[in-house]
Structures are given as C-alpha cells and as structure tokens.
Design a protein around this ligand. Structure first.
Ligand code: CA
Length: 490
C-alpha cells in the first residue's frame, strides 16, 4: 500500500473561504470535503455526490476516448470544417458538455487520473510511463469487487513506454485487456498485446484495429452476461497525423479556419517512439506538413473523422448486440491540441484548446439533446461510472470528482463546482481552477516554490483567452479568492 497522499495540507482556521467559515476546522479533509465545508459547493451538489445508484439488473458503461482531440474539433461544438456525424448524433441523443477539462493534459497522467479518480497532485502520477498507485483503488479493481466485468482496449501508456506487452501488475486490475503502451506507427507494425501477453500484429490502420477490437471485446462482454464497463482508448488524432486516405480526402484542398487567437506556428512535433529521423527535414512527416498548419489541420481533422466513424461502428455494434438500452456511452479525449493558438502547439497548457476536452454522454432513458455549460472534469468519470453501475460512492471516498449520473438520468440539476486541472511535464508546471466564468492558472516559482498567478480569463467575455486579467488591480480580490482555493491542493 502506498501512503495516502490526498491530504497534503490541513485546513487552517484563517484561510479565506468563498462564503461562510468553517466552524470546526479539521485536518485531513479531502478535496471534496474541503469544498463542501467552505461553501464552494451548494448543499444539493454535496448531496448529489452519490445516490444515483438504483440497482438494475444490468447497467453497462462504454467510455470511448481519443488522444489529443481538442474540444472544438467536433461539429456539435460549432466547428463547420470538421466532419463528425456520429458524435454529433450522440450529442443530439444525449448530453453535450461544453466545458469539460482534462485533469492533466498529458497522455499517461490523464489515464491515471481517470483510473484512480484522483488528481496527480494527490497520486503523484505526473509523467508518461508512471505506474498506477498499487493501493487497490483503481476503477477496474473497485468494479470487479462489485461483480462488474471490466475491459480495456487500446493505448495504455501507464507504467512504461514502447511497443511491448503490459504485465498484469501494470494493468490496474482490468481482467479483459488488449492494448499497447505507446507507439506512434499507424499503418504498419500495429501491435496489440492481450491479457496473456500474446502479441497480435495487424496490417491495418491502428484506428481501425482499435475499433475492430472494441467491437470484438464488446461481444465478449455481452456474452458473459455480467454488467460491464469497457474503456476504448484511441491513439488519434495524436501526431504524426496519418489518417486513412478515405478520411484524408474529405479535407483535400479545403480552407482551414483558424481560431482568432491563432498566430503562425510550425505544427511539426518530433516523435520519440519511434524517434523521428534527424534533422526534421528528413522526416517524412516534416516533409508532409512540418511547416504548414493548414495541411496539419486537414490531416488532423481526417483523423478526427476516422475516430468518429469508429464510434459510429461501435454504436452500431451496441445496437446489434441488444445493449444500447442498457449502456451509458461516454465520449471524451485525454487533452487537446493548441494548433497555433497564441503561437503555441501541442498540449501541457491550461488554455481551452489544450485542457479543454470533448465530453458527450448518450444516456439510456435520460436526457436527450441537452447542452450543459456547467464546468465538469475528467476526474468526474470515475465516480460517474461507479454511480451508474450501482456502486455506492461511500465505498470510494477517495474519489475527488463528482458523479454526473444523477444529472444524466434527469434526476437532479448540475450545480456549479470548481474544476481543477494541472500539469508538471517537460518544463510546463501549473495548476488551474475553473469557477463559473473565470479560469485562473498559477505557476510555481523555481526558487521559492511559491505559487504565483499566471493567467486569469473571463471566459464569458473572452472565450478565446485574448485578455489576461492577472495584472488587473480590479481583479485582485477574485485572484486572491481563487489562489486560496488552488493553494489547498497544488
Ligand atoms: Ca495524449
């Protein structure tokens, strides 16, 4: 057992709260307990933490997520360039969350957060390749203890790197597993490794293989007769951008609309596994789109469309297997892609294009065609899945997010709560919090380790984050209030 690191800082009596005071400050409050005690969450929100669980004979969850798909790369988010008809249909048939944040916009740390239900500042899972905490609290471990079958398909990137089998002790408790650590090839040498360590090699595009395996494993779960939770992890539209020709051709020659914050940026990012040939000029990906953001975006959207088609195939399989009426389907991504906004590329940043992720839920018997603007986070996936499956959240008190299940099924409204995001990767180290229309990000000074305000945006007035309010005197009290909140956990 690893030590419980969820309570870094005890609550002090003189800390500033949003409303009211804490009558009986007690040490070792969890993040949720602190938010509740200090008035950051409304009473209904605290009560709605769990309680959805209405045991049914069968409540399944299928959680599909892509890799590096920013939240604006969806037709249903108002993007007229990208074609995502199946995800748009999912939104029409369910709930579209317009303000969802990755708890850590890096591949491995995001996956760790989803599977532990906790932030990296609690678990210490900050980097790619780090293993999950061995504390018996991983999502599949909890689910399996409650008799729910768990299945993983696709990119893992936890506990190692490279194209190799993932040993049982690194699989977080999934009994059904077929995936790979991290590999950036798409058309050739597509390798997956199953729960027995056996290699499966394919000569098809990695995205298609992921879809095929997801459908195959879905069939296996259905045949097993137990309630199940299946996670499907695509490695697209992560660079290098290599869609199948039929998806690439959807965008050939099309003009690519940039966001207002765009500044000319070279989109090329070298890959480490396998390493890109040096210098970049010799890299085939560099030759293709290295200095051309329009071409990068066309190929990126091609990959988004290919993932979308995969989602369409999986939804069809759910229908064919007779599972659609019993299965909550969630779609998201691990993080976004800056694509030249503010002259930046890639992820590891708190901006909307990097930390903002797609979030769509198709809910059997629940909301249809609902658009939700209340901020939510990837840390909410863990309690939502448990709650949906009938596992009491009291049995997982370490979960730092909240269950969205009562909202999804139409039983209660969704109250405003602070949503955190953070990163400590490749020199990018920050913590952010979104509360209502404000998002504050802070960085830690190298020498003093003091947390200093970095970015403050009013996302209602300034959705493209063009005006940083962090040095504006009139926002001093707001900054102080949000810094007090961030300082608890950063
Ligand atoms: Ca990623």
């Amino acid at each position: 057992m690893q030590p419980d690191r969820r309570c870094r800082r005890p609550v002090e009596a003189n800390d500033t709260q949003k409303t009211g005071t804490i009558d009986m400050p007690k040490p070792n409050l969890t993040r949720r307990e602190f938010l509740a005690a200090s008035g950051w969450m409304s009473a209904p929100a605290v009560l709605a933490r769990g309680g959805e669980a209405q045991p049914r004979s069968r409540r399944n969850v299928l959680f599909i997520f892509s890799d590096q798909q920013h939240k604006f790369a969806l037709g249903c988010m108002g993007n007229r360039d990208v074609r995502t008809p199946h995800l748009d249909r999912m939104a029409r048939e369910g709930v579209l969350f317009r303000n969802c944040y990755s708890s850590n916009p890096v591949c491995g740390p995001y996956r760790c957060s989803v599977l532990t239900g906790r932030y990296a500042s609690t678990t210490g899972c900050w980097n790619n390749g780090q293993p999950l905490p061995g504390d018996g609290r991983n999502l599949p471990e909890v689910l399996e203890r409650h008799g729910i079958h768990t299945s993983w398909v696709g990119k893992w990137h936890i506990g190692g790197n490279g194209n190799k089998p993932i040993p049982a002790e690194l699989r977080g408790g999934f009994t059904d597993f077929i995936g790979y650590q991290c590999y950036n090839g798409f058309h050739q040498n597509v390798c997956f490794y199953d729960e027995s360590g056996q290699e499966h090699r394919f000569d098809r595009h990695r995205t298609e293989v992921t879809t095929d395996l997801a459908i195959e494993r879905l069939g296996k779960a259905a045949a097993g007769g137990k309630p199940f939770v299946q996670l499907v992890s695509y490695q697209a539209p992560h660079y290098p951008v290599q869609p199948l020709p039929e998806y690439e051709s959807l965008y050939t020659g099309k003009p690519m609309k940039k966001r207002p914050s765009y500044q000319p940026t070279e989109p090329y990012t070298p890959t480490f596994d396998p390493p890109s040939p040096k210098p970049p000029g010799k890299d085939p990906d560099y030759q293709r789109y290295g200095g051309n953001m329009d071409e990068y975006m066309r190929l990126y959207y091609g990959m988004c469309s290919q993932v979308d088609a995969g989602v369409g195939r999986i939804l069809k399989a759910l229908d064919r297997l007779g599972l659609a009426g019993d299965t909550l389907v969630l779609f998201s991504s691990d993080h976004g892609d800056m694509q030249g906004c503010h002259g930046l590329k890639n992820k590891t940043l708190p901006h909307e294009e990097s930390a903002g992720i797609p979030c769509i839920a198709r809910v059997p018997g629940g909301h249809q065609g609902r658009v939700c603007s209340v901020p939510v986070g990837s840390v909410d996936v863990y309690p939502t899945i448990l709650d949906w499956c009938g596992v009491r959240l009291e049995d997982a008190p370490w979960a730092e997010g909240r269950s969205l299940a009562p909202y999804l099924s139409g039983r209660s409204p969704l109250a405003e709560e602070p949503v955190f995001s953070e990163c400590n990767n490749e020199g990018s180290r920050w913590h952010s919090v979104r509360v209502g229309k404000y998002k504050l990000a802070a960085r830690r000074a190298r020498e003093s380790r003091e947390l200093k305000p970095w970015l403050l945006f009013d996302l209602e007035k300034d959705p493209y984050e063009m005006s940083n309010l962090v040095n504006s005197e009139s926002y001093g009290p707001k900054i102080q209030q949000l810094m007090n909140l961030l300082g608890r956990f950063a």
